[in-house]
Design a protein around this ligand. Sequence first.
Ligand SMILES: *Cc1c(COP(=O)(O)O)cnc(C)c1O
Length: 349
Amino acid sequence: MTLPDPPPATLRLRIDTDALAANWRALDRLSGTAEAGAAVKADGYGLGIDHVMPALLSAGARQFFVAHWSEVPAVLRHTGGANIAVLHGVTTPQEANFARATGTIPVLNSLRQVQIWLETGGGGCHLMVDSGINRLGIAPGDLGAPELQRLEVETLLSHLASADETSAQNARQLQIFRHATTQVDARKLSLANSAGIALGPDYHFDITRPGLALYGGVPRSELASHIRDVVMIEAAVLQIRQLSAGDTVGYNATWRANKPMRVAVLSLGYADGFLRSWAEDGALQHDGQSLPILGRISMDMVIVDCEDIKLQEGDFCHLIYSLPQAAEIAKLSQYELLTLLGNRFDRVS
Ligand SMILES: *Cc1c(COP(=O)(O)O)cnc(C)c1O
Protein backbone atom coordinates (compact mmCIF):
# COMPACT_ATOMS: atom_id res chain seq x y z
CA MET A 1 0.00 0.00 0.00
CA THR A 2 1.37 3.42 -0.81
CA LEU A 3 0.54 6.06 1.76
CA PRO A 4 -0.21 9.60 0.74
CA ASP A 5 2.35 12.20 1.80
CA PRO A 6 1.68 13.27 5.38
CA PRO A 7 0.10 16.71 5.72
CA PRO A 8 2.37 19.62 6.70
CA ALA A 9 3.39 19.53 10.36
CA THR A 10 1.79 21.87 12.89
CA LEU A 11 5.31 22.57 14.10
CA ARG A 12 8.10 24.14 12.07
CA LEU A 13 11.74 24.95 12.59
CA ARG A 14 12.60 27.76 10.24
CA ILE A 15 16.31 27.87 9.45
CA ASP A 16 17.68 31.09 8.01
CA THR A 17 20.37 29.68 5.76
CA ASP A 18 21.43 33.19 4.66
CA ALA A 19 22.20 33.99 8.30
CA LEU A 20 24.01 30.66 8.70
CA ALA A 21 26.17 31.39 5.65
CA ALA A 22 26.81 34.94 6.87
CA ASN A 23 27.84 33.59 10.27
CA TRP A 24 30.37 31.24 8.67
CA ARG A 25 31.79 34.09 6.58
CA ALA A 26 32.02 36.32 9.67
CA LEU A 27 33.82 33.59 11.64
CA ASP A 28 36.14 32.91 8.71
CA ARG A 29 36.96 36.63 8.54
CA LEU A 30 37.46 36.79 12.31
CA SER A 31 39.80 33.81 12.00
CA GLY A 32 42.25 36.10 10.17
CA THR A 33 44.78 34.16 8.13
CA ALA A 34 43.36 30.87 9.39
CA GLU A 35 40.63 29.08 7.47
CA ALA A 36 37.37 28.41 9.30
CA GLY A 37 36.04 24.85 9.17
CA ALA A 38 32.61 23.93 10.47
CA ALA A 39 31.53 21.59 13.26
CA VAL A 40 28.42 19.85 11.92
CA LYS A 41 28.22 17.04 14.49
CA ALA A 42 24.91 16.04 16.06
CA ASP A 43 23.00 16.64 12.82
CA GLY A 44 24.33 20.16 12.37
CA TYR A 45 23.74 20.98 16.05
CA GLY A 46 20.15 19.78 15.73
CA LEU A 47 19.18 21.91 12.73
CA GLY A 48 19.40 19.09 10.19
CA ILE A 49 22.49 18.29 8.16
CA ASP A 50 20.62 18.61 4.84
CA HIS A 51 19.79 22.22 5.69
CA VAL A 52 23.14 23.33 7.04
CA MET A 53 25.54 21.68 4.57
CA PRO A 54 24.44 23.47 1.38
CA ALA A 55 24.58 26.83 3.17
CA LEU A 56 28.03 26.17 4.63
CA LEU A 57 29.40 24.89 1.32
CA SER A 58 28.06 27.87 -0.58
CA ALA A 59 29.60 30.20 1.99
CA GLY A 60 32.98 28.56 1.38
CA ALA A 61 33.44 26.03 4.21
CA ARG A 62 35.56 23.07 3.14
CA GLN A 63 36.57 21.27 6.35
CA PHE A 64 33.81 19.59 8.34
CA PHE A 65 33.90 18.00 11.80
CA VAL A 66 31.59 15.28 13.11
CA ALA A 67 31.91 13.16 16.25
CA HIS A 68 30.63 9.71 15.19
CA TRP A 69 31.25 7.53 12.14
CA SER A 70 27.48 7.17 11.82
CA GLU A 71 27.38 10.87 10.95
CA VAL A 72 29.69 10.52 7.94
CA PRO A 73 27.30 9.31 5.20
CA ALA A 74 24.90 12.25 5.59
CA VAL A 75 27.78 14.74 5.31
CA LEU A 76 29.39 12.83 2.40
CA ARG A 77 26.18 13.12 0.41
CA HIS A 78 26.89 16.86 0.30
CA THR A 79 30.67 17.02 0.06
CA GLY A 80 30.99 14.04 -2.26
CA GLY A 81 34.54 13.61 -0.99
CA ALA A 82 37.03 14.02 1.80
CA ASN A 83 37.53 16.86 4.24
CA ILE A 84 35.41 15.24 6.89
CA ALA A 85 37.19 14.79 10.22
CA VAL A 86 35.75 12.37 12.77
CA LEU A 87 36.52 13.64 16.26
CA HIS A 88 36.01 10.39 18.17
CA GLY A 89 38.80 8.75 16.15
CA VAL A 90 39.13 5.03 15.51
CA THR A 91 38.06 2.79 18.37
CA THR A 92 37.96 -0.38 16.22
CA PRO A 93 39.63 -1.65 13.01
CA GLN A 94 36.21 -1.50 11.30
CA GLU A 95 36.13 2.23 11.88
CA ALA A 96 39.62 2.59 10.42
CA ASN A 97 38.58 0.62 7.33
CA PHE A 98 35.44 2.73 6.99
CA ALA A 99 37.57 5.87 7.14
CA ARG A 100 39.76 4.70 4.27
CA ALA A 101 36.83 3.46 2.21
CA THR A 102 35.12 6.85 2.48
CA GLY A 103 38.18 9.10 2.35
CA THR A 104 37.26 10.41 5.78
CA ILE A 105 39.98 11.35 8.23
CA PRO A 106 40.00 10.23 11.86
CA VAL A 107 41.20 12.45 14.67
CA LEU A 108 43.41 10.01 16.61
CA ASN A 109 43.06 10.56 20.33
CA SER A 110 45.11 7.92 22.15
CA LEU A 111 48.08 5.62 21.66
CA ARG A 112 45.64 2.74 21.23
CA GLN A 113 43.90 4.63 18.43
CA VAL A 114 47.30 5.32 16.83
CA GLN A 115 48.06 1.62 16.98
CA ILE A 116 44.72 0.65 15.38
CA TRP A 117 45.31 3.20 12.62
CA LEU A 118 48.85 2.02 11.89
CA GLU A 119 48.01 -1.70 12.06
CA THR A 120 45.15 -1.30 9.60
CA GLY A 121 47.37 0.50 7.08
CA GLY A 122 48.08 4.01 8.32
CA GLY A 123 47.77 6.97 5.97
CA GLY A 124 46.78 10.59 6.48
CA CYS A 125 45.21 11.30 9.86
CA HIS A 126 44.64 14.09 12.33
CA LEU A 127 46.01 13.98 15.87
CA MET A 128 44.44 15.46 19.01
CA VAL A 129 46.68 16.46 21.89
CA ASP A 130 45.04 17.12 25.24
CA SER A 131 46.19 20.51 26.51
CA GLY A 132 44.15 20.48 29.71
CA ILE A 133 40.49 19.70 29.12
CA ASN A 134 41.25 16.07 30.02
CA ARG A 135 38.72 14.79 27.58
CA LEU A 136 39.95 13.22 24.32
CA GLY A 137 43.55 13.49 23.17
CA ILE A 138 47.09 12.22 23.64
CA ALA A 139 48.71 13.45 26.84
CA PRO A 140 51.57 15.91 26.07
CA GLY A 141 53.94 13.57 27.89
CA ASP A 142 53.17 10.80 25.37
CA LEU A 143 54.02 12.86 22.29
CA GLY A 144 57.50 11.34 22.18
CA ALA A 145 56.12 7.81 21.72
CA PRO A 146 57.99 6.24 18.74
CA GLU A 147 54.83 5.11 16.91
CA LEU A 148 53.79 8.74 16.52
CA GLN A 149 56.79 9.20 14.19
CA ARG A 150 55.14 6.77 11.76
CA LEU A 151 51.97 8.85 11.42
CA GLU A 152 51.25 11.18 8.52
CA VAL A 153 49.65 13.94 10.54
CA GLU A 154 47.55 16.26 8.44
CA THR A 155 46.38 18.49 11.32
CA LEU A 156 47.46 18.61 14.95
CA LEU A 157 44.51 19.68 17.09
CA SER A 158 43.76 20.58 20.65
CA HIS A 159 40.55 21.80 22.29
CA LEU A 160 39.98 24.70 24.70
CA ALA A 161 38.05 24.03 27.91
CA SER A 162 37.15 27.59 28.94
CA ALA A 163 37.32 29.71 25.80
CA ASP A 164 33.90 31.18 26.62
CA GLU A 165 35.31 32.62 29.85
CA THR A 166 38.08 35.03 30.73
CA SER A 167 40.19 32.34 32.30
CA ALA A 168 43.91 31.80 32.82
CA GLN A 169 43.32 28.30 31.48
CA ASN A 170 43.18 29.69 27.91
CA ALA A 171 46.75 30.99 27.92
CA ARG A 172 47.92 27.84 29.71
CA GLN A 173 46.38 25.62 27.04
CA LEU A 174 47.83 27.83 24.30
CA GLN A 175 51.30 27.40 25.75
CA ILE A 176 50.93 23.64 26.06
CA PHE A 177 49.63 23.42 22.49
CA ARG A 178 52.50 25.57 21.20
CA HIS A 179 54.98 23.24 22.84
CA ALA A 180 53.18 20.22 21.35
CA THR A 181 53.53 21.71 17.87
CA THR A 182 57.32 21.54 18.24
CA GLN A 183 57.13 17.80 18.97
CA VAL A 184 54.79 16.64 16.21
CA ASP A 185 55.38 17.05 12.50
CA ALA A 186 51.99 18.20 11.23
CA ARG A 187 51.02 20.04 8.04
CA LYS A 188 48.42 22.18 9.84
CA LEU A 189 47.45 23.28 13.35
CA SER A 190 44.02 23.86 14.88
CA LEU A 191 42.99 25.00 18.36
CA ALA A 192 40.03 27.37 18.39
CA ASN A 193 36.31 26.59 18.59
CA SER A 194 33.75 29.43 18.19
CA ALA A 195 34.72 31.13 21.44
CA GLY A 196 38.43 30.55 20.77
CA ILE A 197 38.17 32.61 17.58
CA ALA A 198 37.28 35.62 19.74
CA LEU A 199 40.42 35.11 21.87
CA GLY A 200 42.49 36.64 19.08
CA PRO A 201 45.13 35.77 16.44
CA ASP A 202 47.37 33.81 18.83
CA TYR A 203 44.66 31.17 19.02
CA HIS A 204 43.87 30.92 15.29
CA PHE A 205 46.75 28.84 13.83
CA ASP A 206 45.75 27.35 10.43
CA ILE A 207 42.19 26.07 10.87
CA THR A 208 39.48 27.17 13.28
CA ARG A 209 36.57 24.90 14.20
CA PRO A 210 33.45 26.95 14.91
CA GLY A 211 30.21 25.15 15.72
CA LEU A 212 27.85 26.98 18.05
CA ALA A 213 28.33 30.45 16.57
CA LEU A 214 27.51 29.22 13.06
CA TYR A 215 24.03 28.41 14.29
CA GLY A 216 23.46 31.71 16.10
CA GLY A 217 25.17 30.98 19.42
CA VAL A 218 27.15 33.74 21.11
CA PRO A 219 29.68 32.14 23.49
CA ARG A 220 31.58 35.42 24.04
CA SER A 221 30.26 38.97 23.90
CA GLU A 222 32.93 39.97 21.33
CA LEU A 223 31.06 37.83 18.80
CA ALA A 224 27.60 39.31 19.46
CA SER A 225 27.73 41.99 16.76
CA HIS A 226 28.96 39.49 14.16
CA ILE A 227 26.48 36.67 14.68
CA ARG A 228 22.89 36.54 13.40
CA ASP A 229 19.99 34.46 14.71
CA VAL A 230 19.45 31.39 12.57
CA VAL A 231 16.49 29.56 14.09
CA MET A 232 12.81 30.33 14.58
CA ILE A 233 10.18 28.00 16.01
CA GLU A 234 6.65 28.15 14.63
CA ALA A 235 3.79 26.26 16.30
CA ALA A 236 0.13 26.08 15.27
CA VAL A 237 -2.79 26.91 17.55
CA LEU A 238 -4.66 23.62 18.05
CA GLN A 239 -7.44 25.07 20.18
CA ILE A 240 -8.62 28.37 21.67
CA ARG A 241 -10.45 28.19 24.99
CA GLN A 242 -12.26 30.61 27.23
CA LEU A 243 -11.38 30.33 30.93
CA SER A 244 -13.51 31.49 33.85
CA ALA A 245 -12.03 33.09 36.94
CA GLY A 246 -10.69 30.30 39.15
CA ASP A 247 -10.00 27.82 36.31
CA THR A 248 -6.61 26.17 36.38
CA VAL A 249 -4.43 25.28 33.41
CA GLY A 250 -2.38 22.19 32.62
CA TYR A 251 -0.93 19.31 34.64
CA ASN A 252 -0.97 19.71 38.40
CA ALA A 253 -2.97 22.92 38.09
CA THR A 254 0.09 25.08 38.73
CA TRP A 255 -1.53 28.20 37.24
CA ARG A 256 -4.98 29.67 38.02
CA ALA A 257 -6.91 32.41 36.19
CA ASN A 258 -7.97 35.31 38.42
CA LYS A 259 -10.34 36.65 35.75
CA PRO A 260 -12.13 35.37 32.65
CA MET A 261 -9.59 35.04 29.84
CA ARG A 262 -8.78 33.53 26.48
CA VAL A 263 -5.96 31.01 26.09
CA ALA A 264 -4.46 29.11 23.16
CA VAL A 265 -3.16 25.53 23.09
CA LEU A 266 -0.10 25.27 20.83
CA SER A 267 1.45 22.26 19.09
CA LEU A 268 4.83 22.39 20.85
CA GLY A 269 5.97 20.45 23.91
CA TYR A 270 8.92 19.07 25.79
CA ALA A 271 9.15 16.09 23.44
CA ASP A 272 10.17 18.66 20.82
CA GLY A 273 12.89 20.05 23.06
CA PHE A 274 10.75 22.83 24.49
CA LEU A 275 11.56 21.86 28.06
CA ARG A 276 9.50 22.69 31.12
CA SER A 277 12.14 25.19 32.21
CA TRP A 278 10.73 27.60 29.58
CA ALA A 279 7.46 27.94 31.51
CA GLU A 280 8.46 30.43 34.18
CA ASP A 281 9.56 33.36 31.99
CA GLY A 282 8.89 32.14 28.46
CA ALA A 283 6.48 33.48 25.86
CA LEU A 284 5.69 32.97 22.19
CA GLN A 285 4.67 35.75 19.81
CA HIS A 286 2.02 36.55 17.26
CA ASP A 287 1.89 39.69 15.16
CA GLY A 288 4.41 41.40 17.39
CA GLN A 289 2.46 40.63 20.56
CA SER A 290 3.63 38.44 23.42
CA LEU A 291 1.84 35.23 24.43
CA PRO A 292 3.09 34.31 27.94
CA ILE A 293 3.23 30.63 28.83
CA LEU A 294 0.68 29.47 31.43
CA GLY A 295 1.17 26.46 33.70
CA ARG A 296 3.23 23.38 32.89
CA ILE A 297 4.51 22.57 29.45
CA SER A 298 3.17 19.15 28.33
CA MET A 299 4.88 16.58 26.13
CA ASP A 300 3.09 17.77 22.99
CA MET A 301 1.48 21.09 23.95
CA VAL A 302 1.95 24.40 25.63
CA ILE A 303 -0.82 26.78 26.75
CA VAL A 304 -0.41 30.54 26.30
CA ASP A 305 -2.34 33.66 27.25
CA CYS A 306 -3.92 35.21 24.13
CA GLU A 307 -6.36 37.62 25.81
CA ASP A 308 -6.85 40.67 23.55
CA ILE A 309 -4.83 39.09 20.76
CA LYS A 310 -6.30 38.29 17.37
CA LEU A 311 -5.45 34.63 17.22
CA GLN A 312 -7.48 31.77 15.79
CA GLU A 313 -7.25 28.00 15.69
CA GLY A 314 -4.87 27.09 12.85
CA ASP A 315 -2.79 30.26 13.13
CA PHE A 316 0.93 29.87 13.78
CA CYS A 317 2.71 31.51 16.70
CA HIS A 318 6.47 31.91 16.70
CA LEU A 319 9.45 32.03 18.95
CA ILE A 320 12.61 33.73 17.73
CA TYR A 321 15.15 31.23 19.02
CA SER A 322 17.72 33.85 19.90
CA LEU A 323 20.18 31.65 21.74
CA PRO A 324 21.81 33.96 24.33
CA GLN A 325 18.39 35.21 25.42
CA ALA A 326 16.77 31.76 25.23
CA ALA A 327 19.56 30.37 27.44
CA GLU A 328 18.65 32.86 30.16
CA ILE A 329 14.93 32.21 29.95
CA ALA A 330 15.13 28.43 29.76
CA LYS A 331 18.17 28.06 32.04
CA LEU A 332 19.84 25.78 29.51
CA SER A 333 23.13 26.20 27.65
CA GLN A 334 23.00 27.53 24.09
CA TYR A 335 24.42 24.17 22.99
CA GLU A 336 21.64 22.21 24.69
CA LEU A 337 18.99 24.52 23.27
CA LEU A 338 20.10 23.57 19.75
CA THR A 339 20.88 19.90 20.07
CA LEU A 340 17.70 18.93 21.95
CA LEU A 341 15.40 20.10 19.15
CA GLY A 342 13.24 17.10 18.25
CA ASN A 343 12.27 15.43 15.01
CA ARG A 344 8.60 16.40 14.83
CA PHE A 345 9.49 19.80 13.39
CA ASP A 346 9.16 20.35 9.67
CA ARG A 347 12.60 21.82 9.16
CA VAL A 348 12.27 24.49 6.50
CA SER A 349 14.93 26.72 5.05
C1 LIG B 1 32.22 20.54 19.14
C2 LIG B 1 33.63 20.86 18.91
C3 LIG B 1 34.00 22.07 18.31
C4 LIG B 1 33.01 23.19 18.06
O1 LIG B 1 32.86 23.90 19.26
P1 LIG B 1 31.88 25.15 19.45
O2 LIG B 1 32.07 25.54 20.85
O3 LIG B 1 30.50 24.64 19.18
O4 LIG B 1 32.29 26.19 18.47
C5 LIG B 1 35.34 22.26 18.00
N1 LIG B 1 36.26 21.31 18.30
C6 LIG B 1 35.95 20.15 18.90
C7 LIG B 1 37.01 19.18 19.23
C8 LIG B 1 34.63 19.89 19.26
O5 LIG B 1 34.33 18.76 19.90
